[in-house]
Design a protein around this ligand. Structure first.
Ligand code: ZN
Length: 260
């Protein structure tokens, strides 16, 4: 607890020059979350979590509680809201609905309180943070450059971090008339924030959807302006066996090993 206070104090007093662990869409997958923390150990000072801490996976309480042990900012995602009963889940497919209901039954009251307090947008220094998109912070999927282009007018900072699609990518505005291109992630290579406006997705820790089942995350150094995408394999069978024990839908169990 003392370490946490010290880090928060330093964050306030010395400003933004620090190394950020950028994570999103943990989706109650404690095995993947722990693997990411161990892979990135000693390389960050603060966590930015872009939402969907819960939903789909078997460890909603454990993931919320682990996140709270670290100095962090966390945004609200659509699955966090679904767990709070803020959404009409009749529009969800049956598997997702079953997982939401299980999550609602399983979450402890204090962890529901944590989710209830999450903001939908956060602006800090040069960075805007949202779960989904700047213009629809809980809902919109940015899956192509055209949609990214339409979002640049909706935030004021040079850079924006989003999650939600579970696909790591960097959208970069390449001209003043709004032309935008998508850059594929180059894992463990420094990506220099070059002054061009960018929307960056670190990918998903707990349920990747880009045909690569490895957990995804990023590290941002705000002092040097360097971002790095990363992937790390984790013990998928371990989380799958807990999902089966809890009777979570087969399709949700299977998709983890395929990354879709
Ligand atoms: Zn998600």
């Amino acid at each position: 607890m003392q370490i946490l206070s010290f880090r928060l104090l330093r964050f306030n007093n010395i400003g933004l020059d620090m190394r950020i662990l950028v994570i999103s869409d943990i989706h109650a997958n404690l095995t993947a979350f722990k693997q990411v923390l161990s892979d990135a150990e000693g390389e960050w000072d603060y966590v930015w979590c872009l939402g969907d801490v819960v939903g789909y996976g078997p460890d909603p309480n454990e993931c919320v509680e682990l996140l709270q042990t670290m100095p962090h900012l966390c945004l609200a995602g659509n699955h966090d809201w679904a767990a709070l009963g803020r959404l009409d889940i009749r529009t969800f497919n049956p598997d997702a609905r079953r997982a939401v209901e299980w999550t609602q039954e399983t979450l402890k009251p204090e962890n529901i309180e944590f989710l209830e307090a999450l903001p939908v947008t956060f602006v800090i220094g040069n960075y805007t943070l949202v779960h989904a998109s700047p213009r629809e912070p809980v809902w919109e999927y940015i899956l192509e450059p055209l949609v990214a282009a339409l979002n640049f007018p909706h935030f004021e900072t040079p850079y924006c971090f989003v999650g939600h699609t579970h696909q790591p990518v960097i959208y970069e505005q390449v001209s003043t008339n709004g032309d935008t291109r998508a850059r594929e992630p180059r894992y463990r290579e420094a990506h220099k924030m070059n002054g061009q406006r960018q929307i960056i997705n670190p990918g998903s820790i707990g349920q990747p959807r880009d045909q690569n089942p490895d957990a995804a995350y990023g590290i941002l150094d705000t002092e040097t302006g360097v971002f790095e995408h990363r992937r790390i394999p984790y013990d998928i069978a371990d989380v799958q066996s807990r999902m089966r024990d809890y009777g979570l839908p087969d399709r949700l169990v299977t998709r983890l090993e395929h990354g879709w």
